[in-house]
Each structure stands twice: as C-alpha cells, then as structure tokens.
Design a protein. Structure first.
Length: 234
C-alpha cells in the first residue's frame, strides 16, 4: 500500500533532533523523499540512518541559516537531489536568552534574528524557483510569538507569522499553501533550555503533533496559521 506522501519531495530544516526529526520520520514513513538539514551533515546522520532503515530515501546536508553562502549552497544541493520541492518545512531556529526587549543583548538579537527570520526567508526565497505548483511552505511558529519576556525569539516568530501570511498572498497564483504551525510545548532540548525546572515527562513528545504537518503536506489548506495541539482535520 502506498503512503499518503508517496513520491513527495520534502525539505526539513533542523532535522537532527526534536520536532524536525519527528517530522522527517513521519514524512518518510508515508513515502516521501527527503532532504534533511543540520548545521553539519554528521548531526543529521542519525535521522538519515533511521529513515533509510525504514525504507525511505533521505539525504543530509549542511545548513547554517546565519550564513548566506551556506543557505545558497544548501538550496542548490537540495534542488539537485530532489529535482523539485513539494514541501518545505522551516523548522530550524535559535532560542536565545529570555529577556525583556529593553535589556536584550544586541549581538544575541542579531544572531537569533539571522537564523529565525532572515535566514529562514533567504532559504525559502532560494528554493522558490523549485517549489512545485500547489506545494506547501510550512513555517514552525510558536506560542511565544509576540509574548513579553521572550526577546528576539518572540519577535522573530511573530515576524515569521506575518511573513507567512504575506507569502501566502504573494504566491497565490502558484497555489502554494503557506502555513505557520504552532506545535505547542514539546519535549525538546529548546523547551528544556526555556524551562529548566520543568519535568520533561510532563510535556508531549514531538511525535504527538506530526498529523497536521502530514495533512498540509498531503494537500490540506488550513489557512495561514494553526495551533497544532488544538488542530482537528475538517
């Protein structure tokens, strides 16, 4: 029996662990061909190994979203490997310190924004010529978008939500579905860094929120932004 995404060509950034890895494994299990990225290819080796053991076609490549040359090289390689992109999942991001905007260190602000916003949009722009008509761009947002005390991370996710809505309108003639997905609190290293006193066992595993991502990749258009923990398929 064919999977829901049989033959789909998907790029997932930040796929060495956490949500990115869970999404890559879910896509692979449904028959997708995958390019997965990490800051160095060996960091994604475990993900690729698991995908290939499960019978999926997967390729790892290096991507440093803060480095424009790395972004351009990764986009070229992804298109060379896949030929086209049916789904792009912009998952990779930096947390940075949780601090009020008035006290936020300028150098760390630049570092977080370079990855979470500027680099993410640069990768999207570089891949767009190869994104299929009717494809999907899924940007991983956060419940911290615009939340006081979350500094550059909160601002970057709020801006990414806005950029997603803009891209949705700007790419409407190509029927590209642009969706920001807030996955909610998950058992990841980023969550642990944000909430060091929290018991990880009380937080859902990333695999618990893959279904809305699968549905969007399959062809569903839920609108410009959804909250995965509250999502239900129409």
């Amino acid at each position: 029996m064919s999977g829901r995404l049989e033959g789909a060509r998907i790029v997932v950034t930040g796929a060495s662990r956490g949500l990115g890895r869970a999404l890559a494994e879910a896509f692979g299990a449904e028959g997708a061909r995958l390019v997965v990225t990490a800051t160095a290819p060996d960091r994604a080796a475990g993900t690729v190994s698991r995908l290939r053991e499960a019978g999926a076609e997967a390729h790892a490549l290096a991507l440093d979203l803060a480095d424009p040359a790395s972004v351009d090289a990764a986009a070229r390689e992804a298109l060379a490997v896949l030929g086209r992109v049916d789904v792009l999942v912009n998952n990779a991001s930096l947390l940075g310190p949780r601090a009020p905007l008035a006290d936020y260190p300028a150098d760390l602000w630049d570092a977080v924004m370079a990855v979470n916003l500027t680099g993410t949009l640069a990768l999207t722009r570089a891949l767009l010529p190869g994104v299929a008509h009717g494809g999907a761009i899924i940007n991983v947002s956060s419940g911290a978008a615009g939340r006081p005390g979350w500094g550059a991370y909160g601002v970057s996710k709020l801006a990414l939500d806005g950029a997603t809505a803009m891209l949705r309108d700007e790419l409407a003639d190509r029927a590209i579905r642009c969706v920001a997905v807030n996955p909610g609190g998950l058992r990841t290293s980023m969550r642990a860094a944000a909430y060091p006193d929290e018991d990880p066992a009380t937080v859902p595993h990333p695999s618990s929120v893959v279904e809305p991502f699968l549905a969007i990749a399959e062809g569903l258009d839920p609108g410009a932004r959804i909250d995965a923990p509250r999502w239900s398929r129409p």
